[in-house]
Write a protein that binds this ligand. Structure first.
Ligand code: HDL
Ligand code: ZN
Length: 419
């Protein structure tokens, strides 16, 4: 089907055009935890990493009576074997995360009904990391992606200092969680690195904190800076976080013309026994988002919230502040039923002025389910929208659909970050 200026007649022709256009879109995946192959062990891929995804570990603990301590002492392959047995063999893999692994295996022609992981392990063992990465991005229709880069992570920082960098398909985002959520720890690390900062955020802390960010911006060339914030995030208040935002982070955004990613609504480590799988969600205060958008109107914010209850009010706030660009259906929201609801209300309230989705992938091969599933769901919401427009009396063309799909899956983000 050629997408043209000819009006599309009726639901089925609109649905077909939307499905084709969304399916063929070369997306920009603007938030992931993936690393370019040059980052070595940080580049996670293959069946053992897929099965050790923290989403699946959380689901394993619901069905296997294993003690937390015993689990964390197990070798990775044994952990993967147990997850495969408990979640894929002993019961049908019907959850979003287990279906995702099935989709990945199917994409590579592997038997998702296998009783063990021998075939899958042999397949991945035969792959070259760099070639596999290119192949998976191409199969997933990901033109390029953005990593999550933490200067406070010793292993990652050492790689950057040794000259490892992003690539044209793996761009950087400078992550500020430890600076803004764990200042005492970050303060010690900065002091050890020769930055004259103080725990009470006085003295040269603003100057030295900005020098630290300048150094990492020079090294990483990030497209934006980002931070995940707790559900009880308040701005402004008398906390170190507010002082660091006002004195270090936001001035740096303005000086370097870098957007700031705000990812709000996490309740970290509600069950520390589960480690990365131990985080939960909480409804956050949308007025703090409005305060920071109002106080710094020149800063461009990428904004996503973790609670379903915050989604509608985020659409309202984005209508009030044009420097708020909502993005994605984050983490616990990245399920078909909720992606559909969020996308529909964003289209109704924002038109095509948001970023439809990001994968949040931690394991390279997850792109082969996170993007196909999102494309299908988002296409359904778009189809409903265009059918309503045609019904309202405005003919819809393939060119209309292409222009909005470009906005939603890459152009809104690229324009925001100047990529
Ligand atoms: O803070 C974040 O960027 C979250 O996406 C966390 O990394 C979370 O653990 C995750 O992987 N969600 O999908
Ligand atoms: Zn993430």
């Amino acid at each position: 089907m050629t997408l043209s200026a000819e009006p599309l007649r009726g639901h089925d022709s609109i649905a077909a055009a939307v499905t084709e256009t969304v399916g063929a879109a070369k997306v920009v995946d603007m938030h992931t935890h993936l690393f370019a192959p040059a980052f070595g062990p940080l580049n996670l891929w293959g069946i053992d990493e897929l099965l050790n995804y923290h989403y699946l570990i959380a689901e394993l603990f619901r069905v296997a009576p294993i003690r937390y301590g015993d689990w964390w002492e197990m070798p990775r392959e044994e952990q993967a074997d147990m997850i495969w047995s408990e979640l894929f063999v002993k019961r049908p893999p019907i959850s979003e995360a287990t279906q995702g692994v099935v989709r990945v295996m199917t994409a590579f022609g592997l038997d998702a009904t296998a009783p063990d992981l021998r075939e899958a392990r042999a397949f991945f063992a035969a792959q070259d990391a760099a070639a596999h990465a290119e192949r998976v991005l191409d199969m997933a229709g990901v033109d390029w992606l953005v990593m999550t880069n933490d200067p406070f992570d010793g292993e990652e920082a050492a790689l950057w200092r040794a000259g490892v960098t992003g690539t044209s398909r793996y761009r950087a985002a400078l992550r500020l969680d430890r600076m803004l959520n764990a200042w005492p720890e970050a303060c010690e690390l900065l002091q050890a690195g020769g930055y004259a900062v103080t725990e009470d955020v006085t003295g040269d802390t603003f100057h030295e904190g900005r020098r630290f960010l300048d150094d990492w911006i020079e090294r990483m060339k990030p497209l934006y800076m980002a931070v995940s914030l707790p559900s009880d995030f308040v701005f402004p208040d008398d906390s170190a976080r507010t002082r660091l935002l006002r004195g270090v982070v936001l001035p740096t955004c303005l000086e370097h013309r870098l957007p700031l990613g705000l990812m709000i609504g996490v309740r970290r480590q509600v069950n520390p026994n589960m480690r990365l799988a131990g985080d939960a969600v909480g409804r956050a205060d949308i007025t703090s988002v409005e305060h920071i958008a109002f106080e710094y109107p020149q800063v461009r914010y990428l904004i996503t919230m973790l609670s379903r209850e915050n989604q509608h009010e985020l659409c309202v706030s984005a209508r009030k502040f044009r420097n708020l660009l909502p993005f994605g259906c984050w983490w616990f929201l990245n399920n078909p039923s909720i992606v559909r609801e969020i996308t529909q209300e964003r289209l109704e309230m924002l038109g095509a002025t948001f970023i439809a989705q990001h994968s949040d992938a931690r394991v390279l091969d997850q792109l082969l389910y996170k993007w196909p599933v999102s494309r299908t769901i988002i296409a359904r919401a778009l189809t409903e929208t265009y059918v309503a427009l045609a019904d309202a009396g405005r003919p819809v063309t393939g060119a209309d659909i292409q222009s909005d799909v470009d906005r939603l899956f890459r152009q809104n983000f690229c324009a925001w970050v100047g990529a």
